[in-house]
Design a protein. Structure first.
Length: 344
């Protein structure tokens, strides 16, 4: 029998069924993570016994949402994402919205949990930088009709608007710069998973090699994680080659900083013995020794445009078609970590 003294909550159902509140939420909202048939039946039985009545009206009428915007990012340690978040927050604050920050730590499970939580708490909209190549989170958000914007990377086949930089051009510029310095053996440290922006950077790298008549060697490729230690490990694998590259293009600045450290520990002088280029131009890039040559993209502007786009989605009229956001420009910033190819 339903509790007559107070409203039955989701937590009451969770305790009665012996599961977590988030699992109850997945069943009620048909959330992004699968729930076993036995657990689902147990939860539905507890709902019936306790007389729990979720607020279906508030759940379905997204216009009755809160003034909260969810931001799901994959790494709070990388200042790249902090600069993007700053652009988001500036526009959100000006328009009376509060931003809730969620760190997925590159884990799909955490990303899905945050998506479900923001949905359950009736966030007005969500800005997401996907942690993996999985489309589970984006598919759920699309199906749930929550205004959603993807930043930094786009998902093929998913009708969710995105704001991204011209990653192909950035990869091309970085590699072309190295070629202009006389390098012919140019390594590439890329991501371990194929996300759109990472693939575009590699595509630009390959295009620049092709235009220069350079046939890429499969051994020039090394996959790393996302952080400095991963770049350091990937760089070590390149330097272990019998004929290592004389220059390396790295997926991002964090990995490039790790690559710099590896080169130093191996006794390589940068750029006399080997040149290194990053991507993003985070604050730390100009403070490394030597200072890092990198591809600049405007992180603040990406966040600003992303939040503007989300506001347009939240406020758009039925049937209204919003203009597509163009690719953000990038540019090469030449510092001290690149130089003429060595004679070896």
């Amino acid at each position: 029998m339903a509790n007559e003294t107070r409203k039955v909550t989701r937590n009451d159902v969770a305790r009665h069924a012996g599961v977590s509140p988030s699992t109850v939420s997945y069943v009620i909202n048909n959330g992004p993570r699968p729930v076993s048939k036995a657990t689902r039946e147990k939860i539905l039985n507890s709902i019936e016994i306790l007389g729990y009545r979720p607020n279906a009206v508030a759940r379905n009428l997204r216009r009755q949402s809160t003034s909260t915007v969810g931001l799901i990012i994959p790494d709070t340690c990388n200042t790249y994402f902090a600069e993007v978040a700053e652009g988001i927050e500036s526009v959100a604050y000006e328009n009376g919205y509060m931003v809730v920050f969620c760190n997925s730590d590159y884990q799909l499970e955490r990303e899905l949990s945050y998506v479900d939580h923001l949905y359950t708490e009736q966030a007005a909209g969500i800005i997401i930088i996907p942690a993996t190549s999985s489309l589970d989170s984006l598919n759920f958000l699309l199906k749930s009709n929550i205004p959603t914007v993807s930043l930094d990377r786009s998902a093929q086949g998913i009708n969710i608007p995105s704001v991204v930089a011209n990653n192909y051009h950035g990869g091309y510029l970085a590699t072309q710069h190295l070629i202009s310095l006389g390098h012919r053996r140019i390594g590439c440290i890329s991501r371990p998973v194929e996300l759109s922006h990472a693939a575009e950077r590699v595509r630009g790298y390959l295009a620049a090699l092709k235009d220069a008549g350079i046939e890429p060697d499969p051994t020039w490729f090394a996959r790393g994680g996302y952080r400095m230690e991963n770049g350091k490990k990937a760089m070590a694998s390149l330097l272990d080659l019998d004929d290592p590259p004389t220059a390396v293009f790295c997926y991002n600045d964090m990995m490039a900083i790790g690559a710099l450290r590896c080169a130093h520990e191996r006794g390589y002088r940068v750029p006399d013995d080997i040149s290194i280029v990053g991507f993003d131009d985070i604050t730390e890039a100009s403070y490394t020794c030597p200072a890092l040559t990198t591809v600049y993209q405007d992180k603040f502007e990406m966040g600003r445009q992303g939040m503007e786009l989300l506001l347009n989605l939240i406020n758009k009229e039925p049937g209204e078609i919003l203009p597509q956001v163009p690719l953000l420009d990038v540019k090469l910033v030449v510092r001290e970590s690149t130089g003429a190819a060595p004679n070896r």
